[in-house]
Write a protein that binds this ligand. Structure first.
Ligand SMILES: Nc1ncnc2c1ncn2[C@@H]1O[C@H](COP(=O)(O)OP(=O)(O)O)[C@@H](O)[C@H]1O
Ligand SMILES: [Mg+2]
Length: 252
C-alpha cells in the first residue's frame, strides 16, 4: 500500500440510496484533492465512511500503508485521520482553547483511571495538549483569540477553529467538509494558507467545497462525484468546464 490515503472499493447504501458505489480514490502525501459534485452526491458520506463514523458495506481504507478498515473513528483519528464537519460541531459558550482541548480528552473512564493511578502523567499530557493547541492556533492565525468565547468570533474565524481542532492530533490526512460555506472575505486567505502549509508538510488533503474559485485556487486536482460514484478526475478547471458534468451539477 502506498503512503497517503488509499480507498478501495468503498460501498454503502442507505435503504434504496447508494451513497458510495465502489469508490476508489488515492491521495498521496502533500496533495490537495478537491471533491466536487451536487448536493446529495455522497461527499459527506464519503468522509463519514473514511473517518469511520459510518460503517461501509464493503471496501477498505488505508493511511500511510496501514489498514484502518474496521477501526472506530477515534482510533483512526489517533492514527492521523482528521476531519472537519460541514456544520461546525463546536461549543459557542466555551473558549477557543477549550474547544480544541475538549477533543483531546480520552473516554471518561479511561481518564478517571489515569487520574487516580497516574496523576502526574495526566498533568503532563494536559500541558502537552495546551502547547499543541497554541501551536495550531498560531498556525491558523488565531493565537490572539485563544481565551475568547468562540461565539464572539466571526463565522469565518469559527470555521478556522474547526480546522485548528482537526490539526490537534497532527494529522497525516485531513478531510475538510465545506470549509468556506457561509464564510466571507478574510477567512478565505487564512484557510487557504493553513491548508497549503499542511500539504507542504506532507499531509494528504481532501476538500469538499462549492466555492469554485476557492477550490480551483487551492487544489492540485479534482474529483467529480455523482450518485455515490467518482465520475471523473482532472484539474478543477477541466472538471467545471466539462458540459456533461456541469449539467449533472446544476441540472438536478
Ligand atoms: N445516515 C443516513 N441515513 C440515510 N440516508 C442518508 C444518511 N446520510 C446520508 N444519507 C443520504 O445519502 C445521500 C448523500 O448525502 P451526502 O453524503 O450528505 O451528500 P453530499 O455531502 O454530497 O451533499 C443523500 O441522499 C442523503 O440524504
Ligand atoms: Mg455534504
Amino acid at each position: 500500500m502506498p503512503d497517503g490515503l488509499e480507498v478501495r472499493g468503498l460501498c454503502k447504501r442507505f435503504g434504496g440510496i447508494v451513497v458510495a458505489d465502489a469508490i476508489d480514490l488515492a491521495i498521496p502525501p502533500g496533495r490537495i484533492l478537491g471533491l466536487i459534485g451536487p448536493n446529495g452526491a455522497g461527499k459527506t458520506s464519503f468522509f463519514n465512511l473514511v473517518a469511520g463514523v459510518v460503517r461501509p458495506d464493503a471496501g477498505r481504507v488505508a493511511l500511510d500503508g496501514r489498514d484502518l478498515s474496521g477501526l472506530a473513528a477515534f482510533r483512526r483519528a489517533r492514527l492521523g485521520l482528521s476531519r472537519t464537519w460541514q456544520n461546525l460541531r463546536l461549543f459557542a459558550s466555551l473558549t477557543v482553547l477549550d474547544n480544541l482541548l475538549i477533543g483531546t480528552r480520552r473516554y471518561p473512564a479511561e481518564r478517571l483511571a489515569a487520574l487516580l493511578l497516574r496523576p502526574r502523567l495526566v498533568r503532563q499530557s494536559d500541558a502537552a495538549a495546551r502547547r499543541r493547541a497554541f501551536e495550531v492556533l498560531e498556525r491558523v492565525g488565531l493565537a490572539a483569540f485563544a481565551h475568547s468565547e468562540l461565539g464572539r468570533l466571526s463565522f469565518g474565524q469559527q470555521k478556522l477553529v474547526g480546522v485548528a481542532r482537526a490539526l490537534m492530533n497532527d494529522p497525516r490526512c485531513l478531510l475538510l467538509d465545506e470549509p468556506m460555506a457561509g464564510v466571507e472575505g478574510a477567512a478565505y486567505g487564512s484557510i487557504q494558507s493553513a491548508v497549503r502549509a499542511l500539504a507542504r508538510d506532507g499531509v494528504a488533503v481532501c476538500v469538499v467545497e462549492h466555492n469554485v474559485a476557492f477550490i480551483r485556487d487551492l487544489c492540485d486536482e479534482g474529483a467529480f462525484m455523482f450518485a455515490g460514484r467518482v465520475l471523473a478526475r482532472g484539474s478543477i478547471a477541466d472538471l467545471i468546464a466539462d458540459p456533461r458534468l456541469t449539467e449533472l451539477y446544476f441540472g438536478t
